[in-house]
Design a protein around this ligand. Structure first.
Ligand SMILES: [Zn+2]
Length: 300
């Protein structure tokens, strides 16, 4: 075995190679190789045992993004639905705002070893928010506006359906704008007293033109400057169906197809679409499942 390694490592001039090793390490070549070999076995053992259970980041609660790590070539299912696993063993999923499902996460290693974990997202209480003074043209959109809004939804849905091999979600997220948080995930809004669908982003107060940073690296998959409700709207794909959406922007500094790095300035705060003042609304999705960016920010 040692000879085999010696032959492989020191292909051409075996004697010279052995000499160099001995001079540098003060060890007999055979012993040195033995130590290297032993260390490799111990290291490999450690790597395997590190992946030998289910390794998850993120709170097991409603609205949470979950980032998993397993061994390369493992397969992962969530209630029998296959999750995309990267070459490095990264995978991701999430729980919707009102998710009360009991999940079974199943990780099968290439060796055939199977690990399972039951996940029940913890229930949350959400805030109720009342907003008055919304323009009638917004609360009662005309037919033309409704048609436009429908087209917008189709476009957003298509961008969020994108599956890519990027694994930028695995490095975690940073705050895209340093501003006071004026709106939170899950809150139910009443416009002029009428209940609306819950709010799914974090709102940061800002001034028109303030720089908006990419919360994680990824590819810009959508930019529309004038959506009916959300105004200037950008979507960045972070891989495996995890994406960020920015709403009410006044400008974009990137274009569809661009790969942006975490922290890059990609857009400017605006006041476009349905809004009561300049702010950034940041959302995170796992495909069409709306997640809480505040919980994603906690993942390190
Ligand atoms: Zn908002």
């Amino acid at each position: 075995m040692l000879n085999l390694l010696k032959n492989t490592l020191c292909k051409d001039s075996k004697e010279r190679c052995a000499e160099i090793l001995e001079r540098n390490f003060g060890l007999d070549f055979g012993r040195k190789l033995g130590i290297v070999l032993l260390s490799s076995i111990i290291y490999m053992g450690a790597s395997v045992s590190a992946y030998a259970n289910i390794d998850l980041k993120g709170d097991i609660k409603q609205g949470s993004l979950i980032i998993g790590k397993t061994a390369p070539n493992a397969t992962v299912t969530l209630n029998n639905e296959s999750l995309k696993v990267s070459a490095n063993g990264d995978y991701a999923f999430g729980f919707s705002r009102d998710d009360e499902t009991q999940y079974l996460l199943n990780v099968t290693l290439a060796s055939g070893e199977v690990f399972t974990k039951t996940l029940i997202p913890e229930k949350r209480e959400y805030k109720i928010q009342r907003i008055e003074g919304i323009k009638k043209s917004i609360t009662h959109p005309n037919v033309k506006a409704q048609t436009r809004a429908k087209e917008d939804r189709v476009q957003v849905k298509a961008a969020r359906a994108i599956t890519s091999n990027l694994t930028d979600f695995a490095t975690g997220f940073i705050v895209p704008l340093n501003g006071v948080v004026t709106g939170v995930y899950g809150s139910q809004r009443f416009y002029n007293g009428v209940p609306k669908s819950p709010h799914y982003g974090i709102d940061y107060a800002g001034n028109i033109g303030d720089p908006v940073k990419a919360p994680a690296s990824g590819t810009v998959t959508m930019w529309v400057p004038d959506m009916f409700y959300s105004g200037g709207t950008m979507i960045i794909d972070h891989g495996h169906g995890i994406n960020s959406t920015f709403l009410h922007l006044s400008n974009s500094y990137v274009k569809v197809g661009d790969y942006v790095k975490q922290g890059d300035v990609v857009a400017a705060v605006g006041n476009s679409g349905r809004t009561t003042g300049p702010h950034l609304d940041w959302r995170i999705n796992w495909y069409n499942v709306r997640l809480d960016p505040a919980l994603a920010l906690k993942i390190q």
